[in-house]
Design a protein around this ligand. Sequence first.
Ligand code: 13P
Length: 258
Amino acid sequence: MTSRKPLIAGNWKLNNTVAESQALAGAIAAHVGDGLACDVVVGPVATSLTAVAQTLQGSAVGLSAQNTHWEDSGAFTGELSPTLLLDAGCGYCIIGHSERRQFFGETDAGVRKKVAALLVHKLVPIVCVGESLEQREAGQTLDVVLGQLEAATDGLDAVALAPLVVAYEPIWAIGTGRTAKAEDAQEVHGAIRAKLAELKGESWANSVRVLYGGSVKPANADELLAQPDIDGALVGGASLSASDFIPIIDAGARRAES
Ligand code: 13P
């Protein structure tokens, strides 16, 4: 039994129109109602955030953006800011997803600035870390993952970082159907928690939720969530259908009650 409340988050990536997003959010909200033993968050595309915020009104489901800029406003064509995400109804923002690092030039330094900006605005950063297959095969997993973590939190103290959520997403497990074995995932999660303790102290480290992401499905959610340092899931593909996402939510609630 841990005091960390499990968190099940859906990253919808580049999918769903406004109407589709509202329908999916509505089905999830109907299941979650005014709250379960785990927290539940959905992350639609930016153009659906405001509409989904309306759908989620009165439910306990939280709303996440998938990215932000670190500046509040100004000459930054195409960007969104923490202020605008708050205005749209968000409580969370995914940061440093491997797809952003791979395809859009996201750097550790940028991730750190975004984390700091989100915390100032009381948005919860969900910071993604993870190694590629090549890095795993070269035995570099912990160097890569712990290095990304250290960079993301550099210069920020445990008080400021209190709301932080970390998501460990091995790149080779994302969208591939190839999930990390629960024990292998736990090994990295345990190392993440030890690193967090080394960086900012044990009591903070014990309060930070560390999610697993990468081909999480109803069939593997319970096994992953039974691991001591896996506090929830960041779900891609399976979060796009209520009939897959709801059983994963229920697995999160079971973890809380076990
Ligand atoms: P999949 O669940 O589709 O593997 O995606 C995981 C992910 O990238 C969540 O952020």
